[in-house]
Design a protein around this ligand. Sequence first.
Ligand code: F6P
Length: 323
Amino acid sequence: MKRIGVFTSGGDAPGMNACVRAVVRAAVYHGLEVYGIMRGYSGMIKGEFVRMDSASVANTVQRGGTILKSARSQKFMTKEGRQQAFDQLVNNGIEGLVAIGGNGTFTGATIFEQEFGIPTVGAPGTIDNDLYGTDYTIGYDTAVNTALEAIDKIRDTADSHDRCFFVEVMGRDSGYIAIPCAIGGGAEIVMVPETAMSVEAVIETLQNSYSRHKTSFIVIVAEGEEEGNVHNVARRVKAALPQLDTRVTIVGHIQRGGSPTAADRLLASQLGIAAVEGLMNGMKNVMAGIVDRKLMYTPFDDTIHKRKVINQSFMRMVEILSV
Ligand code: F6P
């Protein structure tokens, strides 16, 4: 293999640039030519390729977002779109790909390889940390710290005004962001999709805390929570406990931006290098990840179909610490 391409796809995540930088520099180090593919699969279809060298990723390790931009491509989901992407890669002599993204990205790469034989090695780039095959995804640590910073600020107002705040954090259909936010942010309750918690149980916990003369409360609600959205939860609690002065805050897309933490820069750098070396060693349809501090390559099929399990003892910790 002489020439590879690298792209970012799906939702952007802090540390994606550090990963692109690691891919480019590892490729240069090993004597490969490397092209940046702009806007993920969408740019691949259109042939938006940029030759990259060591200097093109200078001063990017600390930057949020992705210099390669990102997109979710409908066209790549069609055979015709994938054929166009393949033609563009062949015309530009690109023989292998590093994909930085999540499950949607890896699903596309798997189908593409099966149809056209272009090998892809992935690096997990998503704030959601919902990928099987790595303990942490690139961007997760930064997103949790961003959300925590917001929650600390919300707590100031909750405390000053004796209020009950319902705070929604991201995570798609996982509670990985919500749980450390609840533990680190001193929340009374955390609602996550992985564990059934009824609004009635939330009401009972808040009622008990109120009876113990607590005056301010934080309830963290993961966006994928099954009891409905955060406004719905807050409305039902207020109806049952009118004595509470309730407010809702959605932390939102600030969780996706910002300069990556040290942990994310390190992870992104490690996995970027691992992805290039995996490709060079003939790997395909696998994601580089860190499991129990060891580098692992997990088949895309497992990252897509297996579910990473949330440690239930964390839920108990929230209960104990909010007593
Ligand atoms: O996957 C990252 C993520 O931020 C999820 O947590 C969230 O559900 C989704 O993307 C939001 O997507 P969009 O930026 O398209 O609104």
